[in-house]
Design a protein. Structure first.
Length: 131
């Protein structure tokens, strides 16, 4: 989406491609999407972020919904299409659901403490957009 709207190239770190800093230094208007686990595995130092003039983090305020959504996505292999959530999914996978809640809470804490980022939430974008 941002690639189309911003007229920029999009590099998606989760795709398995190896990030090449020349992508940034040799081009303008590059958008890079990096998931926290990918960044932690591949870029444990701040050098990666030094290539960008703007850095935006997106987290969730509602960890319960985030965990339920991720549980649904992992169980149904549906990460993109709309769905109707069945609460029995949580009941039948309570340990996994609680593990996701713990992981997302810790991840959001790390993300919110990254310096030099503009921090926004999913809820800011989708629910509170008119505020």
């Amino acid at each position: 989406w941002s690639s189309d709207v911003c007229s920029s190239d999009l590099f998606h770190e989760h795709s398995g491609e190896k990030f090449d800093p020349k992508l940034i230094t040799d081009n303008d208007n590059i958008v890079v999407k990096v998931h926290l686990d990918d960044w932690k595995k591949m870029y444990e130092n701040e050098e990666f972020f030094s290539f960008f003039d703007k850095k935006i983090s997106i987290t969730r305020k509602n960890i319960d919904e985030q965990s339920a959504s991720f549980l649904n996505a992992t169980k149904t292999k549906n990460f993109i299409k709309p769905y109707i959530f069945d609460t029995k999914l949580i009941e039948n996978n309570l340990i996994e659901y609680e593990g996701f809640k713990k992981w997302f809470t810790e991840a959001n804490h790390i993300i919110k403490n990254l310096n030099g980022f503009t921090h926004i939430t999913y809820e800011d974008i989708y629910y509170e957009k008119n505020k």
